[in-house]
Every structure is written in C-alpha cells, then in structure tokens.
Ligand binder design. Structure first.
Ligand code: KG4
Ligand code: ZN
Length: 364
C-alpha cells in the first residue's frame, strides 16, 4: 500500500510517500524556522499562512521524489492533532480534498503516535533491506517541543502512560534555556552546539527525580539556570522597530562576553539527559519491555541518543535525525497501521488542537 502522508501541525509543512508503513519512497519537509526565528518562537498565524503557500509544492515534491503521481497512491494519512488549530486545518483540508477527489481511504493520525511510528521507518533508502520491526511490549520516550511522555506500548495503537512532564516539555526546556543563554532559536540544536565546547561538570545543575515516579519536571532546572546567568546579564537592547513586523520582535538575553555559556549549556544538557535516560532505562527494566523507542525532536540530541543506547540493555530504536524532528514519513507509518486495522476517517475529520494520545477513560 502506497500512502501519501501530510503533516502541518506546527512549523514544518511536510509530505511523504510511504510504502507498507515502513519504506520511505520520498519525504519532503518545508521548514519555517527562518520565518519564525526573529520572534523567538512559532507565531501561529504566520505558520498557517505559510502552510497554505507551501502545502501543494511540498506534496508535489514528495510525489515527484517517489517517481509517482496521485494515480500511484492508495491511501491518504494526515495529522489532525495535537497542534496549532490553523496549521492543522491546512493539512486536514488538503488531505480530505485529495481523498474525496480521488475516492481514496483516509486516516487521521495523532502527531505523537506519528513520532512513535518513526521507529518503524527503514532508516536507509527505499531499496535497502528493512531492519526488524519493534517488538511489543515496548517502552517509548517521546520528547518534543510540546510533550515529554514515557509510555508502555503493548500493541499497535495501545498505550499506557508511565509518566509525563509535570511542567515544561523537554524541548520547551531546551528552547527556554537557549533564550536565557542568548543562544538562537530553535534552542535544542543551539544548546547542543554550544555544549559541544563546554564542560558539563563546571555547573552542577539540579536533577528533579520526583521519587520513584516516571514523571519529569524541568522548571526547577530552568530557574537554577536563570540564577546562574544573572551575574552575567546586560540590560536588554531594544531592536530598531521594523515596519513589516506584525508582532513584537524577540529580544534575546544579552550576556557579558565573559559569561561561561558553553559550560552552562553543557551542564543544562547533561541534567536533562541524565533524568530522561535514567527513568527510561528503569522503565525498560521494570516493565518487561522487549525494546525501547526514542522519538520526537529532542531525540535529535546526540548526547541523549548515545547515553540512552548505552544505558538500556534492550534493542533501542533511535530514528535518524530527519525522522526525529517533524516530518510526514512518520505520519505515513502510523496511518498505515491504522488503515490496516480497518480504521477510516470520514470527510467530517476535523483538526483537534489538544487531541490526547490516550483517551482519558483508558488512562491509568
Ligand atoms: O518534535 P518536534 O520537531 O516538534 C514538536 O512536535 O514539538 O520537536 C521540536 C523540539 C524543539 O523544542 C527543539 O528545540 C527540540 O525539539 N530539538 C532538540 C534538538 N533538535 C530539536 N533538542 C535538543 N537537542 C537537539 N539536537
Ligand atoms: Zn513533533
């Protein structure tokens, strides 16, 4: 089954062609990072407008990359939540229009489930052999800009939450820490770059263990970082007003030249990674899991990837970087398993900005 998948939940317009849920024939991502950078974060209205401009060229690029046209597509998969309402609507309406016009089956995908299914994608090219699929039960750590969830997955589409963040998501913590350190947006990659030349042991930042629970908390870490940067802070400069800017411009923190930014970034990164790795490894050992999946944008972090693979005694599935941050190939994988389980979305499929992964009645 050849699926065309569409993802527009946040700031990437993405389309992909995926065969049988695992083989990526083409994956096309139009990033909006440059558009949002000067605001220091995603501006929802700008994101939806940009999705409208980019969606058809991105779909055409994916079809061309797969050497096919809509005639060669058997089904459509699309992210319908969670995410920004106006952004989700662009993908959902485009997917419904194609499904209706072509008489194709349609699957609505939860964005977080998409991140999990990035572990099913063959990491190589379309002609390379596929590695074995992840075996159930498995433990999955999803770490993105909006979520930090530790899950036990017992079968396709069946999840039990072991733990979650009580405050900031891990990616959000990276983004806020980068602002405090006067580093660029998005924060994760810029913290990682700065940390590469820093010493993690210079500043011992707090780890929030929360007893034996599998929950996470990153707000104390952020406050500790704020305290450590205070002595180096300069008065914020005002940016010259820009007449074409519809929103106040982001004024990053200015730290004095002698601020130990690299050491602070390394200390912060180590504190986040320590807790994520320790709790995931313990969950893997305590739940009888057969493998571990690391997913979401923060899974692009090389220290986290390395440390998790070392700490877990089970096989680990850590997708290549292009399938960690938002993409449509992962949506194609999740949509395939929904469709083969007999699920079909109707043309009344709508964007659900706060769509939960686990229906509340089924939550532990
Ligand atoms: O999954 P994603 O692309 O979008 C959401 O669904 O939220 O995740 C984006 C998040 C951002 O917070 C970004 O700072 C973080 O992933 N991120 C990283 C790295 N690359 C992206 N965090 C740490 N290290 C990285 N290398
Ligand atoms: Zn995401």
């Amino acid at each position: 089954m050849r699926l065309l998948a569409i993802e527009t939940s946040c700031d990437e317009t993405a389309a992909a062609v995926v065969e049988d849920g695992r083989r990526v024939l083409a994956s096309s991502v139009a990033s909006q990072i440059d558009l949002h950078r000067r605001y220091g974060g995603v501006v929802p209205e700008l994101a939806s407008r940009q999705h409208i401009t980019a969606i058809l060229p991105t779909i055409e690029a994916a079809l061309a990359g797969a050497g096919t046209t809509l005639d060669g597509i058997d089904a459509i998969g699309v992210t319908y939540g969670p995410g920004l309402a106006g952004a989700l609507l662009v993908g959902v309406n485009t997917a419904k229009a194609i499904a209706f016009a072509r008489g194709l089956p349609l699957a609505g995908v939860n964005h977080l489930e998409g991140h999990i299914y990035s572990a099913w994608l063959g990491p190589g090219g379309p002609d390379e052999p596929l590695p074995p699929a992840p075996a159930f039960p498995l433990v999955c750590l999803i770490v993105s800009g909006g979520h930090t969830d530790l899950l036990l997955m017992t079968d396709h589409g069946r999840y039990r939450r072991l733990g979650r963040t009580l405050d900031d998501a891990a990616g959000e913590a990276f983004d806020k820490a980068a602002r405090l350190l006067g580093l660029g947006y998005p924060g994760g990659p810029s913290i990682e770059r700065a940390a590469n030349s820093g010493r993690a042991e210079i500043f011992r930042l707090p780890r929030s263990w929360l007893g034996d629970s599998y929950d996470f908390s990153f707000s104390g870490l952020k406050t500790a970082l704020l305290r450590l940067t205070e002595p180096y802070r300069e008065a914020p400069e005002r940016h010259a007003p820009q007449p074409d800017a519809p929103f106040p411009l982001h004024v990053p923190a200015r730290l004095r030249r002698d601020a130990p930014v690299a050491d602070l970034a390394a200390g912060f990164q180590a504190a986040v990674v320590d807790v994520l790795v320790e709790k995931t490894a313990r969950a893997a050992a305590e739940t009888g899991a057969r493998c571990v999946i690391l997913a979401g944008g923060v899974a692009a972090n090389s220290l986290l990837r390395r440390r998790l693979a070392d700490a877990v005694a089970l096989p680990t599935y850590i997708p290549p970087l292009r399938y960690c941050t938002d993409n449509a190939a992962m949506i194609g994988a999740a949509a395939y398993f929904r469709l083969t389980a007999g699920e079909r979305a109707g043309l009344d499929l709508d964007a659900v900005p706060n769509l939960p992964l686990i229906a509340s009645a089924a939550a532990p």
